[in-house]
Design a protein around this ligand. Structure first.
Ligand SMILES: CC(C)(COP(=O)(O)OP(=O)(O)OC[C@H]1O[C@@H](n2cnc3c(N)ncnc32)[C@H](O)[C@@H]1OP(=O)(O)O)[C@@H](O)C(=O)NCCC(=O)NCCS
Length: 362
């Protein structure tokens, strides 16, 4: 493992006394409640139910911790998954719920947990770590904002009007039809039906809750639904002159024309004037519809930052030329700079990436 003491974040703090802290290590089943309580205390209540694939017994090894006096002192949460993009796939990891109890901060605990985790993930041949933030702690290791999405704002007037809607819009009874449509998307994370069920309930899409809901779009008479949408919150302006009421669409899949035709009904139901979708740059069908309707489109970054772990896995996934070896040890400045440069090269080469929020957020 690279020496965490050389990382700039660490050198500003006191040295970790290895005798005082037990770790870095995973979380045992009987310790899970204490780790969730730490995350609840630092972030917000309800972290366990909100992130069911992170805070669960099966992911004990992914909850990397330092312990002191029988209590967790610091935590780095890791979820392992697979991204599928344009027919290629790569194993990746999401990192979140990074926290240190206030009394133990500034001693290098978070830096050390992160380095241990990243070293492991790199050893597993994982292409990327997607990190739920952009603070110095991550940036010093080489994590950078990444990718491009197109933020499309669609007004109902931009969608077909004056004729009978060509689609039916309904609340799905179960996740299976959405899971099937999602599995055909060209840019996505692999998500089994069980994960669909757990995540959709936890985040409040199905059953609907906390201002979120799900919609299934079907062409009349069709045996199977054509598209689905996961609806996020409605953003209301402070006063009517401050702009339109916007419905945030957190995820969608399936036939883009069916989806498009469903928008007026979906907006009317939500009481919103504008739908905001984040499209992949390569989503030609959606771009054509947006362009024809004069919908506003602007590029934006993904949420969080990304760090290249295994250069071979990443270049393969991105379909770009391989990186010369050797690759410097993680944690050093040389590695951080090369990771950032390679990340930029991959996305400049046209790599697309699934949204890291919504159901894909650990
Ligand atoms: C961010 C956090 C996890 C860092 O934990 P830590 O164990 O103190 O981290 P380290 O000692 O390894 O040092 C890294 C961080 O501490 C800061 N730090 C280093 N030495 C320090 C010291 N002596 N005193 C105070 N802060 C210090 C560094 O500036 C760095 O923060 P940065 O990311 O803003 O640059 C902790 O402050 C925390 O729990 N914050 C609240 C939760 C949070 O914001 N999590 C991140 C979500 S993206």
């Amino acid at each position: 493992m690279s020496d965490y003491r050389e990382s700039p974040g660490f050198s500003r703090g006191k040295e970790v006394n290895d005798i005082d802290f037990d770790g870095p290590r995973g979380t045992r089943t009987h310790e899970l409640a204490a780790v969730v309580a730490l995350a609840d205390a630092i972030f917000k209540e309800g972290m366990g139910p909100q992130f069911p694939t992170l805070f669960c017994e099966q992911n004990g090894e992914g909850l990397r911790t330092f312990w002191r006096d029988g209590q967790p002192a610091a935590l780095v949460g890791v979820w392992r998954g697979t991204a599928v993009v344009d027919g290629r796939q790569a194993d990746v990891a999401h990192i979140g719920a990074v926290c240190t109890r206030p009394e133990y901060r500034g001693q290098g605990l978070a830096t050390r947990l992160l380095l241990e985790v990243l070293e492991r993930l790199r050893g597993e041949g994982r292409a990327l770590a997607l990190i739920s933030g952009g603070r110095g702690l991550y940036r010093r290791l080489g994590a950078e904002p990444f990718g491009t999405l197109l933020r499309c704002r669609v007004r109902p007037s931009a969608a077909p009007q004056g004729r009978r809607p060509a689609v039916d819009v309904a609340t799905p009874a179960a996740v299976e039809p959405m899971a099937e449509l999602h599995a055909r998307e060209v840019v996505r994370y692999r998500r089994g039906v069980d994960d669909w069920r757990r995540l959709a309930a936890a985040k409040g899409y199905l059953p609907a809750g906390r201002g979120r809901s799900a919609v299934l779009v079907r062409r009349p008479g069709a045996a199977a639904p054509s598209a689905y949408l996961l609806l996020g919150r409605v953003r209301r302006p402070e006063n009517p002159d401050a702009g339109p009421t916007v419905l945030l669409i957190d995820e969608f899949g399936g036939d883009r024309e069916a989806l498009w035709e469903a928008l007026p009904a979906v907006l009317a139901e939500a009481g919103a004037e504008v739908a905001e979708l984040l499209a992949q740059p390569g989503d030609g069908a959606l771009r054509v519809l947006c362009q024809a309707a004069g919908a506003a489109m602007e590029p934006c970054r993904h949420q969080g930052t990304a760090l290249v772990l295994d250069p071979d896995a990443f270049t393969q996934m991105a379909g770009i030329a391989a990186e010369p070896r050797p690759w410097p040890p993680l944690g050093g400045e040389a590695c951080g700079a090369r990771a950032a440069a390679l990340l930029a090269r991959g996305f400049a080469g046209g790599l697309q990436w699934p949204r890291t929020d919504g159901l894909n957020y650990i």
